[in-house]
Design a protein around this ligand. Sequence first.
Ligand code: KIV
Ligand code: NA
Length: 266
Amino acid sequence: PRRVRVHHLAEAKARGEKITMLTAYDAVTARIFDDAGIDMLLVGDSIGNTMHGHTTTLPVTVDDLIPPARAVARAARRAFTVVDLPFGSYEASAEQALATAVRFLKETGVNAVKLEGGRRIAAQIRALTDAGIPVVGHLGFTPQSENALGGPRVQGRGDDAAERLSEDALAVAEAGAVAVVLEMVPVEVAARITEILRIPTIGIGAGAACDGQVLVWTDMAGMTDWSPRFAKRYAEIGAALGQAAADYAADVRGGTFPDDAHSFPR
Ligand code: KIV
Ligand code: NA
């Protein structure tokens, strides 16, 4: 399959073809999603919540993300791969952001990085872009700022907030971002931002007008008892996996596994 490259993102938007994105944190799932035709794989700092047992993304470090980013980059044959710059690894300056992003590209082979924020990190987006590193923006509810935002809440509600969000989106695009994630944004506001930007918007809880959609794979696949309102569960893999483990345990305890078919004769 032809590899998805940075220019395909804007081309997809221009042609009105939706862009699909899922998170992935290891080679096993990255290969499955790549084979399924998912266009972009995000090694998200949501790994903190989904895989590392934290309740927020804030404790996630660059060192935490290097091995999963490497695994996903290796496994992806077609998808465009993106890694999150974690909290504390880019906010201080363009120099800090560049050092972090360079480390990811050198050590993992991912294609791009994602940063949270608008005007306040425009200098970082510009510096990475100038260094030849594609940047994906992230606006609306930005989980790394959840302490300041008062938890996971819809952002950009009301005329003033919608205007500020649009200004941030324009700043991110102007600074050179190749796409922007819009998280928990009212449908009309995301539609308007999608209209005014030439780069694609990728929504999560931001309605169907966005140029693409992203979901956290464990939400999409039903791996947990709870998933957010915006995350449709396309399967109940958690329940299926639990049943498989219970069946295996029952067979072992009952002496029916391993049988002859799964053993070596002398
Ligand atoms: O870390 C993540 O999974 C993300 C997506 C929700 C966009 O940033
Ligand atoms: Na993230």
